[in-house]
Design a protein around this ligand. Sequence first.
Ligand SMILES: Cc1ncc(COP(=O)(O)OP(=O)(O)O)c(N)n1
Ligand SMILES: Cc1nc(C(=O)O)sc1CCOP(=O)(O)O
Ligand SMILES: [Mg+2]
Length: 204
Amino acid sequence: MNAYRLYLVTDDQQDLATLTEVVSKAVAGGVTMVQVREKHGDVRAFIERALAVKKVLQGTGIPLIINDRVDVSLAVDADGVHLGQSDMPAKIARQLIGPDKILGLSIETQEQLAAADALPIDYIGLSAIFATPTKTNTKHHWGIDGLKSALKVTSLPIVAIGGIHEGNIPELCSTGVHGLALVSAICSADDPKAAAAHLLELMG
Ligand SMILES: Cc1ncc(COP(=O)(O)OP(=O)(O)O)c(N)n1
Ligand SMILES: Cc1nc(C(=O)O)sc1CCOP(=O)(O)O
Ligand SMILES: [Mg+2]
């Protein structure tokens, strides 16, 4: 199974009850990986929310990824961590989490892309494919053509992120991209289960 296929990134604006409800419904709809992303609270709140999501995922086989924080990933014994370019260097993170955990890295430039295959990472989050109101500090928008050329440069699996919705999924999937990561298309949907199932259907 390709765990990167439909990758849910949680919405840090949602309260704990909503967060667990959304993840539970998204799992029922077929998401294949879940990242807990917290950008505002303290580390205790991050751990509490990560543990709550871990409980929802228990027994599903769906990997739990923690955004930014290796310490939180270790604290909750998550399946992996997703690092940005200003987070802990990938080499150090790998030493801390061990060889069996999943390590993802955001790639924002051609230079970073060229260097990615030499890093001890499992996948690339190609940041950002399109502009999105969910994260407004993205540096570069790769677009479909940028995604196509990135897929030729690296042998690592690429997860596309940023501005992905039902309207652009067919074009994204036609590139052969390994996975799609989304926040609002699932977290802000009236019915996250139906939304996830519909997105998977569009992915073919
Ligand atoms: C799958 C995936 N790809 C990219 C990102 C973005 O990470 P980062 O650049 O560190 O930005 P923040 O999400 O931390 O604001 C991601 N989280 N997940
Ligand atoms: C968490 C995140 N990282 C991005 C990046 O480009 O690095 S874009 C993003 C948010 C994606 O939200 P939505 O699916 O609502 O567009
Ligand atoms: Mg980050």
